[in-house]
Design a protein around this ligand. Sequence first.
Ligand SMILES: Nc1nc2c(c(=O)[nH]1)N[C@H]1C(S)=C(S)[C@@H](COP(=O)(O)O)O[C@H]1N2
Ligand SMILES: [Mo]
Length: 310
Amino acid sequence: MDFQTPANLVFSLYHMRVPLIDRRDWKITIKGLVAREATLSLDELRAMPQRDVNSFHECCGHPFYPTVPVRRVANVVWRGVPLKDVLARAGVTPDAKFVWSTGADGGDYHGINVDAFVKDLPIAEVDRDDVMLALQMNGEDLEDGRGGPVRLVVPGYYGTNSTKWLVSLELQAERSPGYFTTVMYNDREIKDGNEIIAPLWRVAPHSIIVAPAHQRTLQLRQQTVISGWAWGADPIETVDVSVDGGLNWRRAELALRYQHSWQGFGFPWTPTTSGAHQLQCRAFDAAGRGQPPAGARNSIFAIDVSVEDL
Ligand SMILES: Nc1nc2c(c(=O)[nH]1)N[C@H]1C(S)=C(S)[C@@H](COP(=O)(O)O)O[C@H]1N2
Ligand SMILES: [Mo]
């Protein structure tokens, strides 16, 4: 319900295990296509200029079931050092096209032995100063489960790209061959006989209703506000609400985006018929990208309510 999700309500995910990192020993290495390899300790990182970013944080769902929406989402404030400032310590060479980020965790993932959790990020994103090595979430140092002491945060990208327990950054000309970069976490589509691969980077438009709650009973002829959150890599421009299972749609009031936050929406509704009603919402960005009715991680969200004449 809150614009800023309290830390204890933010979902927590890891594929293999939670490594416990001694804050005194932690360091990060910046290597690969750089002018000079560099390492930074936690104190050195903390001494660098930091910034805050308010951002939604969404998991794209289970990598084996890319069409199943899970809608694990939160909105938090990250604080950290811009990635570009950290990379500047090593000097990125012009042939670098991707930043590989490696976490301290590895192990068995459904029978596959994974050396380490690695993600990759297109070099163009490094220019943004909201892509950061985060030290805090919601004003508190990152706990072990949250990826502490340092994690990558890429606002607007699916949560999987925000590597927790970060230990190295590597500049490379190609995508990482890691299990969680080019094997899992890529949408694959066949077009004219060719396989088109879409990495799970930028978040597709999505929205959820948070009030009224699923299976609530509402009163006939009494106004209620259907409200919720909408988010995506690009700002959401419109949210529509349906009170009849998707037959008719009406435009909701929508808040502007602050940095990379989710955006609140509201639609006042006075039910005039009793019985079961399905409420739905759908979001669109400026390019007209929206949400499919079913079968996608961002498919349209629906809840059921009943209206009673009391
Ligand atoms: N090192 C490491 N980083 C990781 C993961 C992981 O398993 N290992 N999981 C990713 C996934 S899939 C998500 S959705 C987010 C979850 O971040 P949270 O637990 O802080 O919500 O972390 C990402 N970063
Ligand atoms: Mo995730």
